[in-house]
Each structure stands twice: as structure tokens, then as C-alpha cells.
Design a protein around this ligand. Structure first.
Ligand SMILES: C[S@@+](CC[C@H](N)C(=O)[O-])C[C@H]1O[C@@H](n2cnc3c(N)ncnc32)[C@H](O)[C@@H]1O
Length: 253
């Protein structure tokens, strides 16, 4: 009898941000196939005796190719196991979860999902910067700052350079200079505030406040590394005014 695969979003790092469904599925699994961005605190919630298979991908260093990950999931499910495929954030946002699900379903394996809090939501609440705010941003766009196999970044700069939208850039550290330039070329002001958040919701969280025309330089000198997100837009002006992180810090002691 074929087993099944739970495609689980582990959230951005803090175990308290996992859903109850994600936790239940993780604890039902006898095999856990996990990504690099899944924190140890979350991984350690697995069932006793579960077998752990790391398939983590670091930028420019794909330890296990995607095709092989698909095969591992299929082999484990066909062996009758309940497999937890544990991913950072949400499995269906820049997570290749849909590619894995399509492969498994095409081979007759049942897939069930547990959504996760995506990094943008986690970082928004840990920094207190809202992604939408009346009078500042009426919408939000998530965009990847990275292209497969280092292809040229051919984003629709005109659509992204909307002063009434909050732009959240995932995987953007390496290309942040190009991203800032593309937005300014489409008339997003150089004074637009930017907040970069590294390792959001973890004890290693780092923040950098900058503006579009100084961003590349500030990121370089700060030494910020992946995983980092960029919030670009007027909502970032609320950062100092609404120190939600300090409030949370006080609440947790
Ligand atoms: C392959 S994408 C995975 C996104 C994930 N599926 C999600 O929904 O958050 C990896 C990128 O997500 C962002 N990211 C993930 N976790 C993060 C965190 N804790 N803090 C900041 N950025 C994070 C970074 O931009 C990182 O390069």
C-alpha cells in the first residue's frame, strides 16, 4: 500500500508560528524530508523514531537537486511511509511545493497540505511594519529577486514600481542593487523607505532601515545574508513609530 506525503509549511522560524495542523502532520510522519530553512526547534518536534532526511538548499549550492528530492518523496511514499515534506514559510509561496505535489500526484501518491506563515507575514509582525495601511499602501506584491540558474532578472519594473503598494522581495540579497535601480528607473523615488529583515522571527533576527537609493551600499556594508526579505514602500515609515517588536519583547520578558 502506498503511503502519503504531507506538504507542510513550517513558518519562518519561530515554532510558535506553526499551525496546529502542521504540528499534527509532522508528529504523524515516520519520515521527515526537510529544507535548510527549517529551524532545529521545529525539526525537533518530529515523532520519536522518525527518520530525518535533509535536502537543504543553500543559495548557489543545491545539495540535493529538485529531481532527486521528488524521487526521494516518491520512493518513501511507495514504501508505505507517511512522509512529512517540511518547508520553511508556506510550501506554496516560492517553495516549489506545487512542483513536488504535481509530481507525486502524477505518480498516484496522495498529498495533503498544511499552509505555513510565509516569511513576509512573520517579518511584518515581528517588526511591527504592516504590509498594508490606510493612506500608505492599498496592496502588497511578493516578488522573487532571484532567477533560476542565475538567469537575468527580467521583472516587470513598471508594475512593481507602484508608490501605493508594499513590495516584498524574497531571495533578493545578491541582486538588490539591480532591483533598486529597476524600480527607480520606473520613477519610484530614491527616498522610498526600505526595511531589510534577516532571519525574521528567530533569535538571530536582524533589521536594516535604508532607502532605495542607498540600499545596495547599506546591504553590502551591513553584511546581511540570506535568508533576508526586503519591505519596500511607505509603510516602512511606521517602523520607528510603532515599535511592535519592543512590545512583544516586553510581553515575552
Ligand atoms: C526559497 S524562498 C522560501 C520562502 C518560503 N516558502 C516562505 O513562504 O517564506 C527563501 C527566501 O524566503 C525568505 N525567507 C524565508 N525565511 C525567512 C526568514 N526567517 N527571514 C527572512 N527571510 C526569510 C528569504 O528571502 C529567503 O531567501
Amino acid at each position: 500500500m502506498s503511503g502519503k506525503v504531507f506538504l507542510i509549511g513550517a513558518g519562518p522560524g519561530d515554532p510558535e508560528l506553526m499551525t496546529l495542523r502542521a504540528l499534527r502532520m509532522l508528529q504523524e510522519a515516520d519520515v521527515v524530508v526537510y529544507d535548510r530553512l527549517v529551524s532545529a526547534d521545529i525539526l525537533n518536534l518530529h515523532a520519536e523514531g522518525a527518520r530525518l532526511i535533509p535536502v537543504g538548499k543553500a543559495p548557489k549550492c543545491h545539495t540535493v537537486p529538485q529531481d532527486r528530492i521528488n524521487e526521494i518523496l516518491l520512493e518513501e511514499a511507495r514504501a508505505g511511509h507517511t512522509v512529512a515534506r517540511l518547508k520553511g514559510g508556506d510550501p506554496l509561496i516560492f517553495g516549489r511545493g506545487s512542483e513536488e505535489a504535481a509530481y507525486l500526484m502524477a505518480h498516484g501518491v496522495a498529498v495533503e497540505y498544511a499552509p505555513g506563515i510565509t516569511a513576509a507575514q512573520g517579518a511584518s509582525c515581528s517588526t511591527g511594519v504592516p504590509l498594508t495601511h490606510r493612506g500608505l499602501a492599498t496592496s502588497v506584491q511578493y516578488v522573487t529577486g532571484h532567477r533560476q540558474a542565475d538567469k537575468v532578472l527580467d521583472l516587470d519594473w513598471k508594475r512593481l514600481a507602484d508608490p501605493d503598494t508594499t513590495l516584498v522581495v524574497y531571495m533578493g540579497v545578491a541582486n538588490i542593487g539591480q532591483i533598486a535601480m529597476g524600480l527607480m528607473t520606473e520613477n519610484l523615488p530614491g527616498s522610498t523607505p526600505v526595511l531589510a529583515i534577516g532571519n525574521a522571527t528567530t533569535p538571530d533576527e536582524r533589521r536594516l532601515v535604508s532607502r532605495l537609493d542607498q540600499l545596495a551600499n547599506d546591504v553590502r556594508t551591513s553584511g546581511l545574508k540570506a535568508p533576508t526579505l526586503f519591505f519596500i514602500g511607505k509603510v516602512v515609515s511606521l517602523y520607528a513609530e510603532q515599535p511592535m517588536a519592543d512590545i512583544l519583547e516586553r510581553a515575552h520578558g
